[in-house]
Design a protein around this ligand. Sequence first.
Ligand SMILES: Cc1cc2nc3c(=O)[nH]c(=O)nc-3n(C[C@H](O)[C@H](O)[C@H](O)COP(=O)(O)OP(=O)(O)OC[C@H]3O[C@@H](n4cnc5c(N)ncnc54)[C@H](O)[C@@H]3O)c2cc1C
Length: 414
Amino acid sequence: MRYLKETLTTPVAGEYDVIVVGGGPAGACAGIAAARAGARTLVVEKMLYLGGMWTGGLVNPLFDYAQKKGILGELIGDLKKRNSWGGFWKMCFGYENMKELLESKLLDAGGEVLYQTMFCRTIVEDGRVCGVVCENMDGRRAFMGKVVIDCTGDANVAHSAGLPTFVGREGDGLCQAMTLMFTIGNVDFLQDKANELFDMVEEANAVEDTGYRLPFTKPFIIQIPNTRHAVVQLTHMRGYDPTSASDLTKAAIEGRRQAMEVVNFLKARVERFRDIELLETAPLLGVRESRRIAGEYTIDRNDLIDGGRHEDDITTASFGVDIHDPSSTNQKCYGVKRYGIPYRSLIPKGIEGLLVAGRCISGTSEAMASYRVTGNCAAMGEAAGAAAAEAAMQGIGVRDVKIGDIVKHIDGGI
Ligand SMILES: Cc1cc2nc3c(=O)[nH]c(=O)nc-3n(C[C@H](O)[C@H](O)[C@H](O)COP(=O)(O)OP(=O)(O)OC[C@H]3O[C@@H](n4cnc5c(N)ncnc54)[C@H](O)[C@@H]3O)c2cc1C
């Protein structure tokens, strides 16, 4: 490969107590929590809204929310008041309400956000993360922060800091299948049971005449509350590397092609879907699995099976393991016993000034397949935001924050 040597002088555009990189379920809640705790907070997000997979990925329903209070409980309460909660399994939300609620909560708390801003590089000095370099319409800019929280889903900040990360499942490193979610209109029924659709679509899929087969055998057609719209989980792209720009591009192109084919198939083969129309493929590609950090604690299968609890738990999770096989149409699912997510799994080894929240915390590939759902990511983000604010404002390391000082910021407790 040829190399171009660049000498850059980058203006410092701001100084903060807490910088959150990535504004998905984890990052948005981290930003809100840090700002509410009194920290000068910036959230950096490459899209034009907060929510990550919640909004840009068109993901629904909101899993593992039931026992959580704090910001997540508040969000669901607000969605209910707006008549924007319900639909499939009575746990779906409206995307535009979610965007607006996250944004107004962050701004009302005094937090700042920069959209269409791409994180590029982590600034590390003397073993400590002290800021990030980003690019946006202003050009290349540095933002200095006492604590940075990596909520990119891909552990981009930890990786750029030179920290070790793990990709995919143990053994062959393959990652779960990707999915490009898409919405359809003119949907005139409310799906209640998963099997109802599995049977109907499988029957249609079994017809031998065209040779076309659906890319995934467990379809979900997920109704959005108070609309005749649904979001569909029926594309599956396997064998792509989520850390390669070229592979992500190919997967998105394949996903869009699959979405068209799936809609045409449903219209032609399933009577109740005759009138559906493809409305939108998701702005964000659905990457279930990519990098995970090496943290002070690694959540593994034993935690999930035994219902492991730890002195430093910042939330609990109960969503079952859900693995979209990297190399077949299979989905491996099994239940878990409610287990704790310890604060240590949010702290990367070998560096100060950095926390991680969301699907890229420290856990095995199998454990991640459980805690990756959005209710858990939001709760982790809230705890990371509170911890970062405490560390920055008390002038202590992230490892020295007392769990009580994190939990006291979570309304209703963990
Ligand atoms: C297809 C699919 C279906 C799913 N279905 C469900 C479901 O039904 N229910 C459920 O609860 N969970 C579901 N999940 C899981 C869940 O969506 C994710 O695991 C969860 O959103 C992870 O949250 P996060 O905050 O860690 O990351 P994300 O939601 O991925 O958010 C990361 C944010 O960081 C931003 N970002 C990334 N890199 C940069 C950068 N360099 N600069 C600036 N910003 C950056 C992104 O734009 C994004 O906003 C699904 C996942 C997939 C892929």
